[in-house]
Design a protein around this ligand. Structure first.
Ligand code: FES
Length: 570
């Protein structure tokens, strides 16, 4: 190790300052030799009993610590705010940027030479990576792993089934007692959602970016090999510090391209777009919404995993995991990218193998030729909107229909099941004011339910458009992330009941068939509908958050401030 350890700016100091730094560590019962010259590795832990997906992280951290100590490092675990998707109101996304600030400042302010990020539930991954990028120390990610596949009355189930159960309950096909049983059958182990939802997509993103050891994406949380990976990651981060392998060495433009290609092949979440844009913004890599479409347009869907397919994350792991998917993609990937284990993507893929072609299909005989994220533009989404074709209905990919407009989620809930609602299967449901500023926080409300009277007629999908997001576990012909959002007063804000909308996914367009003159007139009479001003963090959020097409980060958080701290207080 050539360079001086950053932590020695604390523990290696002479005089009063050094006394204070060391003495208070010793008060925890830690001997002097632990922090004299050993790499100090922070373990950023999102453990919380309010984040059930990450509730096993204290145990996982113990495995990481074993690896760090084994390699001659000194582990220090620290907490950050944890975002549990299921319990946090109004939406975990509102706090993603807040956590990224917590992570950034916690790392920079403390004596760390390297960092292990323990990520699991959806937002815990991008928030930690965004924060770490703005400091840029050697960093490795350990994901928590997915739940075991749910089993309900002889059937495999996962989070995507919640949307189906919801329709069954509304239609009286499922009783409350059935529901109680199904809840326990689905959440039967530790870990995050077992389908290719946002958490699994984030775990795949981490591995395809090169931020973790191979296999990180798919090992189930309950599988003993998850702990082995955690221990090996602890071992490896100490070496990364010695090699001075920084986040910015791994996170090149080519690495981002690999992540987009991999996300397409696994049928990853639309939320991936927003989070990857935000991460790129922190490391200063140019990445635009259009890149997602350009890079994934020729990539077929290889992983037969819900919600785009049939199987679960556990099955993906047994079939060979993400390395087996990426091996199929090797002619599309930038295989010379360096990864956390010091090897290139290409070297890591040499030993990858597929054990089940039903779950990971070969690239020349894909599970579905359609994959990825399609970026739509037009006068209804001047700065773009997205759709995930693999989770949508083929017959709705080109569709023209009359808008049925809901001004807010409360308006939607009040009227959607009204028998008098003027809606048929060709209508286009439009939900406004669920964008980043307008809600605020851009909740996952985009895959709004089908009206009860249409469900009774056997309608299972309709075109739905909003400025919000959709759970990665959701499905349907759902256009999301309309930018600019309704609260900013663009064309989307003045769409009315009965306006004709034309969706053309192959043509990448989303049009409102209303003359420009009429749109201008409507906009003149409408004032922007912003919540607030509010106070505290929410006020800051509404003021600073950018649009979904830019990653919904705060403008002032883009880039980084490095790891240097030049002033101290003693
Ligand atoms: Fe945590 Fe789905 S709720 S990953």
């Amino acid at each position: 190790m050539g360079q001086k350890l950053r932590s020695q700016n604390w523990f290696g100091k002479k005089g009063k300052d050094g006394f204070i730094y060391r003495s208070w560590m010793k008060s925890q019962g830690i001997p002097d030799y632990e922090f004299r010259g050993k790499p100090v590795i922070g373990i950023c832990n999102t453990w919380s009993e309010l984040t059930p997906c990450n509730a096993h992280f204290r145990e996982l951290a113990e495995s990481v610590k074993r690896g760090i100590s084994e390699a001659g490092g000194f582990p220090v675990e620290f907490p950050v705010m944890s975002l549990g998707e299921t319990l946090i109101k109004p939406t975990a996304m509102l706090y993603r940027n807040l956590v990224s600030m917590d992570v950034e400042e916690s790392i920079r302010a403390n004596p760390m030479d390297g960092v292990v990020l323990l990520c699991g539930c959806d937002k815990t991954t991008p928030s930690l990576i965004m924060g770490a990028c703005s400091v840029n120390l050697p960093t490795i990610v350990v994901s928590g792993g997915s739940m075991l596949t749910g089993r309900y009355r002889g059937k495999n189930i996962g989070t995507s089934d919640i949307w189906r159960f919801d329709e069954d309950i509304r239609m009286g096909r499922m009783t409350e007692e059935d529901q109680t049983v199904a809840e326990a059958c689905m959440g039967r182990s530790r870990g995050h959602c077992a389908v290719m939802g946002t958490a699994s997509s984030m775990a795949c993103m981490v591995e395809s970016l090169g931020l973790s050891l191979p296999e990180n994406a798919a090992i189930p949380a309950a599988d003993a090999r998850r702990k082995v990976l955690a221990q090996e990651s602890g071992l490896r981060i100490v070496e990364m510090v010695k090699e001075n392998l920084l986040l910015s060495d791994i996170l090149t433009r080519k690495a981002f391209e690999n992540a987009i290609i991999a996300n397409a092949a696994v049928g990853g979440s639309t939320n991936f777009v927003i989070h990857l844009l935000a991460i790129a913004g922190r490391v200063g890599v140019p990445l635009e919404l259009e890149d997602f479409d350009k890079l994934s347009a020729s990539i077929p869907l290889l992983a037969n995993i819900q919600p785009s397919g049939q199987y679960f994350m556990e099955d993906l792991y047994y079939a060979g995991g993400l390395p087996a998917v990426m091996k199929e993609l090797r002619y599309f990937l930038r295989t010379d990218c360096i990864t956390a284990n010091g090897k290139t993507i290409g070297q890591n893929l040499e030993t990858a193998e597929c054990f089940n072609r039903e779950i990971i299909s070969p690239v020349d005989k894909p599970f579905n030729k359609t994959s990825g994220i399609v970026v739509l533009k037009g006068n209804l989404a001047e700065d773009g909107a997205v759709i995930k074709p693999s989770a949508a209905s083929v017959k709705l990919m080109q569709h023209r229909g009359k808008a049925v407009v809901f001004e807010s989620i409360e308006d939607f809930r009040q009227r959607i099941d009204d028998p008098g609602l003027d809606v048929d299967e060709n209508s286009v449901l439009v939900l406004k004011n669920v964008g980043p500023k307008g809600y605020p926080g851009m909740p996952e409300l985009g895959n709004m339910g089908i009206p009860k009277k249409l469900l009774a007629q056997g309608v299972t999908d309709m075109v739905r458009i909003s400025d919000g997001r959709m759970s990665g576990t959701g499905f349907g012909t759902v256009v999301l992330h309309v930018s600019p959002e309704a609260a900013l007063g663009g064309n989307f804000s003045v769409i009315r009941d009965g306006d004709m909308i034309k969706l053309d996914v192959p043509g990448r367009s989303l049009l409102l068939e209303v003359p420009e003159e009429e749109l201008q007139k409507r906009k003149k009479n409408k004032s922007p509908m912003l919540q607030g001003p509010g106070r505290g963090y929410v006020q800051l959020y509404i003021r600073e958050v950018e649009q979904a097409s830019q990653g919904a980060d705060f403008g002032f958080l883009k880039g980084g401030s490095g790891s240097e701290v030049t002033r101290d207080s003693h």
